[in-house]
Ligand binder design. Structure first.
Ligand code: NDP
Length: 245
């Protein structure tokens, strides 16, 4: 008698909107059983989960969890018994001069953008080791390698994400777990809504591809990584229309 294969399971953080939602949609289409998180957008996350379950016939569990809070992440993982893919996507930005940023704002941003990767990976890796297989994909930014004025904390957090990715990839390669990051350029999401139309046009004019990227393109990149050779690990892959090469 043929055994039914165990479904692949993924956790996508920050899936209520933007890039995370597009990644969740792409993974549902790939047949993944999903755990989706966000911090406050309960209605949007629940609606997304229902839609994906209905359209793709996959199990989809929405969970509100602050990824910048170690205890909340522990509680989240108490509901997860199997994991083949972790997508660390949840993130926040902060625009302003560094000397006007408060210590609380700095710590909050670091908690959500960088410390969260430690909180999730320390609990995800043992589940992947059980299978001797797994993939971790971190959503980073072009600013992580070249830095942006008025976004020092954000740039530092994403620089940390890049180094975290490379170091963990080395640690986990012998266990057949691949760790990569996607360093996005300007992507059309709520994160950039504070820019005026004029500012967006100016930014766009600096991008060789002459357009802003779409969340679906980041999701497509995640999908490519799922099917990439397992020899591809420790990479920070730029997805930026040629902006920051
Ligand atoms: P959005 O602001 O559109 O969405 C952010 C998502 O993260 C939401 O689902 C939000 O949940 C969630 N989130 C925020 N804080 C927390 C938290 N503490 N705990 C759990 N979930 C949280 O952003 P994007 O889709 O644009 O960004 C996604 C990732 O892509 C981020 O890591 C960002 O840094 C990165 N990126 C984005 C770029 C862009 O141009 N958009 C460029 C480069 C990188 P809720 O709805 O509950 O607030």
């Amino acid at each position: 008698m043929q055994q039914t294969p165990t479904p692949k399971t993924a956790l996508v953080t920050g899936a209520s909107r933007g890039i995370g939602r597009a990644i969740a949609e792409a993974l549902a289409a790939e047949g993944y059983r999903l755990y989706l998180t966000c911090k406050t957008s309960e209605k949007e996350l629940t609606q997304l989960s229902h839609r994906l379950s209905e359209n793709f016939h996959v199990e989809c569990t929405p969970i509100l969890a602050d990824m910048g809070d170690a205890k909340a992440v522990e509680q989240l993982f108490s509901q997860i018994d199997d994991l083949t893919l972790l997508v660390n996507n949840a993130g926040i930005s902060h625009i302003g001069l560094l000397h006007q940023m408060s210590v609380q704002e700095w710590q909050r941003l670091m908690n959500v953008n960088l410390n969260a990767l430690f909180y999730t990976c320390r609990l995800a890796v043992p589940l992947m080791l059980q299978r001797h297989a797994g993939k971790i994909i971190n959503i980073s930014s072009v600013w992580g390698s070249c830095g942006a004025s008025m976004e020092v904390a954000y740039s530092a957090s994403k620089g940390g994400v890049n180094a975290f990715t490379k170091a963990l990839a080395k640690e986990l390669a012998p266990s057949n777990i691949q760790v990569n990051a996607i360093a996005c350029g300007l992507i059309d999401t709520d994160m950039n809504r504070h820019f005026s139309e004029e500012e967006m046009e100016m930014l766009q004019s600096e991008i060789p591809a002459d357009r802003i990227g779409q969340p679906s393109e980041v999701a497509e990149m995640v999908r490519s990584l799922l099917h990439a050779p397992s020899y591809l690990t420790g990479q920070v892959i730029g997805l930026d229309g040629g902006w920051q090469m």
